[in-house]
Design a protein around this ligand. Structure first.
Ligand SMILES: Nc1ncnc2c1ncn2[C@@H]1O[C@H](COP(=O)(O)OP(=O)(O)OP(=O)(O)O)[C@@H](O)[C@H]1O
Ligand SMILES: [Mg+2]
Length: 489
């Protein structure tokens, strides 16, 4: 490391989009409005984004966030079909209600009408711990659909257009649907599919959205986050993807899974400041600044010893609560990288005790500094495994989203970790931090499904490369004469 680099800490590239100020413009200009409905283990969100079809840039219109633990209790006769990591029971009906109310609330706040102004809805969930196998997540997605329908979302706003007749007049000039139709890859990456079509990791869809969302968010920075790339979404659970450097479509060659924010959450549950079962780091540190001192570094090192980060062993059916099919993954050449504490969180209670001690002895500031360091170290170790497995090189872009990866001082500390790995000359120019990655990814997915690309400002293709529309058309023509595919997004 040069002396200059040691003296001047590099500035993390954090994607911050300017908020929409003039709501009237949303109705008059060609803005494509997408709702991302996400039921997470900690938060349930309805995030409305608007993409300017002239520039391809996406802005956040409204963000309505509720705590998932506040979902209503199951009514008599309802079947509990899932639970969050901290045990909150969920039924199809209670989820549908939560989704309906959150969706309605976000439209009310933004003064938008679901029927008249909304153009697409994307649903996703990180609540997968209760499922026995990765593909069961489909049931949850159906419950989310019911909530959307109950809020008055027309079903056509949840499925790909497939033909120009299904595209609103206002957007007809922006769609490439007569050249290419949605055939699977979002932001030019194929999902990992087993030979039987079975999903290999339950939260793959979140990884897909996070990757696409980081590609989108990076447009607000000077980081070219296209393939090959590595994305990490630090929600309560961990998801993310590693993509190859192929063109026009890259393959998913790695997936992340396991626990993420559940680790800081366990640590704060020992302090007495939050509920010992359902409390979260978010309850204490939302938006607060944090400091990193020597004490925090010592604590973080101690906590790090409890955290396993590794290639998921083939024998595992679940890793860090997330259902996986590690042997199917191996068969199709996808490396699963997992994060766990004990086995499926069995040692999280030990972190709770340590958290209690830190707070008693050194207080809240040191505790928040410790959490930042713990999360940064996790990110560094995940990247290290990816290097060891030969999945990434200095050509790979790194992207982080999710509260447990971007809050507090984490971005700067993650850069420090990356510096130590010696992967890049300048980690800060190859790493991007993005808020609301999943919601931005939903905006990308919605446009992909309707073949609405912005070739002048492409998201598909390789880092440093041009738009791949022509290449894709040729590629798809070769594959099958009737096959249809998507424009670069
Ligand atoms: N300052 C902070 N330090 C560490 N972790 C934090 C901080 N703020 C929030 N978190 C953690 O981030 C997680 C919440 O992030 P997010 O809302 O993205 O997750 P989620 O979507 O509910 O989870 P998932 O999608 O994995 O089910 C929680 O575990 C939360 O405590
Ligand atoms: Mg989430």
């Amino acid at each position: 490391m040069s002396l200059g680099r040691r003296l001047f800490k590099p500035k993390p590239r954090i994607a911050e989009s300017t908020p929409i100020k003039n709501f009237l413009e949303l109705k008059t200009k060609p803005y494509y409005i997408v709702a991302s409905v996400e039921v997470g283990n900690t938060t349930t969100k309805s995030i409305l984004t608007a993409t300017d079809m002239e520039t391809g840039k996406t802005q956040i219109v409204n963000k309505t966030v509720r705590m998932t633990r506040d979902v209503r209790l199951p009514a008599p006769g309802e079947e509990i079909f899932g639970r969050t990591i901290c045990g909150t029971p969920l039924t199809k009906e209670s989820i549908a209600e939560l989704v309906r109310d959150t969706l309605l609330e976000s439209h009310r706040q933004a003064a938008l009408s679901i029927e008249k102004d909304l153009h697409f809805v994307v649903r996703s969930t990180g609540v997968v711990a209760e499922f026995d196998s990765p593909d069961e997540v489909g049931i949850f997605i159906q419950a989310l659909a019911q909530g959307c329908l109950n809020a008055g979302v027309p079903p056509r706003l949840m499925t790909p257009a497939m033909s120009i007749q299904n595209i609103m007049d206002r957007f007809k000039r922006y769609t490439l649907i007569e050249k290419i139709v949605f055939n699977g890859p979002v932001a030019s990456v194929w999902p990992p599919m087993g030979s039987t079509g079975v999903e290999i990791v339950a939260n793959e869809m979140e990884g897909e959205l996070a990757t696409a969302g980081i590609k989108q968010g990076a447009k607000w920075t000077d980081v070219d986050f296209r393939n090959p790339c590595l994305s990490m979404d630090f929600g309560t659970t961990l998801d993310g993807r590693i993509t190859s450097d192929e063109s026009p479509y890259a393959r998913t060659i790695g997936n992340f899974c396991g626990v993420a924010g559940a680790i800081p959450d366990a640590i704060v549950r020992g302090t007495g400041l939050v509920d010992a079962d359902t409390g979260t780091a978010l309850d204490i540190f939302d938006g607060k600044r944090s400091t990193t001192n020597k004490k925090a570094r010592e604590y973080a090192e101690m906590i790090d010893q409890y955290i396993h980060i590794e290639k998921v062993p083939v024998s595992r059916k679940r890793y860090g609560y997330v259902p996986v099919d590690a042997s199917a993954a191996r068969k199709i050449g996808v490396v699963l990288i997992g994060c766990d504490v004990g086995e499926d969180g069995s040692d999280l209670h030990k972190l709770m005790e340590i958290g209690g001690d830190i707070y008693k002895q050194d207080g809240e500031k040191v505790l928040s500094g410790t959490l930042d360091l713990v999360c940064a170290r996790m990110a560094g170790r995940m990247v290290k495994v990816a290097i060891e497995e030969g999945l990434i090189s200095s050509k790979t872009a790194i992207g982080v989203t999710g509260r447990a990866g971007i809050s507090g001082n984490k971005p700067a500390l993650i850069l420090e970790e990356l510096e130590r790995l010696d992967l890049f000359e300048s980690p800060e120019k190859n790493t991007v931090f993005v808020d609301d990655g999943l919601a931005r990814g939903a905006a990308v997915m919605a446009r992909c499904m309707n073949s609405m690309g912005t070739p002048k400002n492409p998201m598909g293709g390789l880092r440093g490369g041009r738009c791949i529309l022509k290449e894709r058309m040729e590629h798809d023509l070769q594959k099958t004469s009737s096959a249809v595919s998507v424009g670069s997004r």
